[in-house]
Ligand binder design. Sequence first.
Ligand SMILES: [Zn+2]
Ligand SMILES: [Zn+2]
Length: 1023
Amino acid sequence: MPKYRPVATGQSFVKLEEDIVQRWRERDIFHESVKRRADAPLWVFYEGPPTANGLPGSHHVLSRVFKDVFPRFRTMRGFRVDRKAGWDCHGLPVELQIERELGLKNKHEIEAYGVENFNNRCRESVLAYIDEWNTFTERIGFWVDVDDAYFTLTNDYVESVWWSLKQVFDKGLLYQGYKVVPYCPRCGTALSSHEVALGYKDVLDPSVFVRFPVKGQEGVSLLAWTTTPWTLLSNAALAVHPDVTYARALKDGETFILAESLVGRVLGEGAKVVETMPGSALTGTAYDPPFHYITDYGPRGHTVLEADFVTTDDGTGIVHTSIAFGEDDFRLGEQYGIPVINPVRPDGTFDERIEEFAGRFVKDADPDIIKALEREGRLLRAEQYQHSYPHCWRCDTPLLYYAKQSWYVRTTDYRDELLANNASIDWHPEHIRDGRMGDWLRGNVDWALSRERYWGTPLPVWQCDEGHLMAIGSIDDIRAHGGEPPQDLHKPYIDDVVLNCSHCDAQARRVPEVIDVWWDSGCMPFAQWHAPHENQEQFDRHFPAQYICEALDQTRGWFYSLLAISTMLFGKSSYETCLCLGLMVDDDGQKMSKSRGNIVDPWEVLNTHGADAFRWYFFTSKQPWDGYRFSMNAVGESVRQFMLTLWNTYAFYVLYANLTTPEERGLTDVDRWIRSRLAATVELATERMEHYDTTTAGRAIGEFVDDLSNWYVRASRRRFYGPDGAAFATLHECLVTAAKLVAPLTPFIADEIFDNLDGSDASVHLCDWPQSDGRDVELEWQFEVARDAVELGRKARAEGKVALRQPLREVVIVAGDRERAAIERFAGLVRDELNVKQLRFVGQADELGHWELKPNYRALGPRFGKRMPKVAEAVAGLDAQRAARTLSQGGTVGVVIDGEEHPLSLDDVQMVLQPLEGYQVERAGTHAVALNLELDDELIREGLAREVVRAIQNARKEAGLNVEDRIALTLGGDDELVGAARAHEGYVAAEVLATQVSYDGDVAGAVAEIKGRELRIAVQRTA
Ligand SMILES: [Zn+2]
Ligand SMILES: [Zn+2]
């Protein structure tokens, strides 16, 4: 009965991980890991809720594994980490998907279909893929409590959100304003500024310069510029800056009025300024508008007004104003008493007032409007103008700036508190605080809260016929005002609830709007518990969160909504640390999208490389906010570079531990070294993981595993055949501790290794995080020195083109006293790794050869000019060895030219070390080694014996023997090869586990070719 389960190699990790998923489920490890810490201090993580109306993509793996890794780490560090899952259920994206499914084109069609049916479809769709999400979540190893998830559509959640809105209402922060808002005509609703920020795109728009003829002055026009020709149809006024200098400029017999500084740019050559005046002098000038559909703008309509917002950065310095379609325009209208006349319907088409354009979508009408301007002689010039313009972040329609009534939350009252609370957040990366988030908060505008839509949290404001407003904060509140709460708090049912006005005798009805879905998700700290209506103590214990993590674009989404709501309600940020994730692009740097066809299906990755490889890639290839050039291949790299190294080392251990019973031995220096490296890795990984840095922590663990495999095991291989108990104990310790260190990062492989090698608990994820056993820094340094010598020696071998199996006489190493002691401590390892008979030390690099000096023409040429040949001659005449020593110690040597002595320094000469005859020298920095490449018969025979061993090992494998099988060996064939084997028979027999060796020139068996000679090998398993 072997001690450990046998370990297969050369297979993918997919099947193994699927088995482990099963094991975790059976042993209920996740819940157990939380239960074990029931009384431990809490460490709080908030799940930013995704919407389950589509299948998860690869970018969801990114965010979900970063949400997983630190809760796992903190649990091992002794904290209790409750991880409540959550689902974002409301909002425009959900509605849009249903509109597409039902083939509905606008709000009229939704209402004809029926709001009740429509919302039922929305409700079903947000839960449609929950099972797929849960399977996916489990498969990638994201431990989150899906059995206890919150859903933003439940009455409980809605009721908590209502509570928050009543707080805001009672503080006087909720108001209804007539404002110009960014508006999506397709979705039929206004967008908040953070939604607008999500959809900027570079587009080409028309740019037109238009004549506005001055009334009563033949041949004189005010000249204005716009990039939205469709707004000219409702032109109401022109605006000038009172302090800017304007000019009357004559061109081709026509007079234009525009800012003096822009005359050249706008009118070009040949324009002549005939008169200048301040903008204030133009005030009141009446003009003839380009179109006459709307004329009732009052006494100040179609005249020149003064406005401070006018600049001369572009255009003409005269701004065309259409009250309903711009924030500045709107305010100007208020100031001068010009009425708001909005001839654009909510669907973005002109209404019947705009006769010939009625029914056309405004932006589509631009070309015909330009033609009309041209026909009427109003157009001076039309061009294309490239600028960044906001589009609806969900349906991609260009937004209109549009005057309408909306509900707002006065977040601007809290700008200073928002900035102060932002400053208290530990941002990763740090620059988000003053950069992206700080900029956003400094430019804060009131939160446009309402949406004229259907599937969302209803705005809990009721209004009576007298215009009194009241906010409802709970279901009980409805009853208290004489209403009957519906079973479902959504539209349309809630709209039937009639309440008694709290200010008068009249009855109050709910306003029709629902709220911005971002407000929902920003309420999750309390709404996930249904606080304050119940579970208040749960909320108190879980507020604020220690950690949240989402993509960088959530700065203006969830990160903002969490911060804004908790600042207004609780006076502080709802999260302490925020990790921002960058964008994923394909391996050509292209954004991933369906239309490009470059989306990588996460299941394809999971079913090819597995979840650990996927996770390792995200954790270690980059700092997560730098973004990823993602491909299947990139994930495959983590398998090759890390997973296989760890796995093969583990498999090696299990194989030999099952074969032998280790005998007690003392630790060697190599054991002590790898144990110290382990301690160093524990210390660094702990410190970095505490600082939310998986990149450095993961890479440090990767380097340790590399050292373990490529240095420790390699150098100790024979001890495992030994069997040397100290080597087994050391490797066991290293593997089990490494499993604990990688448990948060690659939870599957970690658990498998732990389960097989240790098994003291049901899972590695129930273990405590490892502690450092203390380092021996001097020993680590000494090993580094020895390793440098080996690496230089290997390079020398490669340069000298001598196979590693060929033993060499000696290696000469340049070393000071301290380095020499270091290398001597690991002399056995250095000899083995370089396959040399002896080490020799010298104090100076020049003992590895002799120096040749040449003048450095670049340095000396300018100094000596025509005398350079004499300088070259003098340098050649120097005692090269002595001069080289002086120069390399920073001294100077003198050369005499034409009877005058000139000092030369290291920069003035080139020093070339010519190696000793028969040696290959390699240098790096102050390190240097020389390998003696001269071979004699003895060394050649030994080299051949090693080749013979390799050939026999291959023959064993081909014969299907196990590593522990003993054999009877018979060799035949080439005399030299057989002779070499005979000469080193003891060595050969020990290496290939031969209990008897015989020689037979005619033996039948495997044929191996070694250096053009033939060796015949027969192996026979013995009892
Ligand atoms: Zn839209
Ligand atoms: Zn009232």
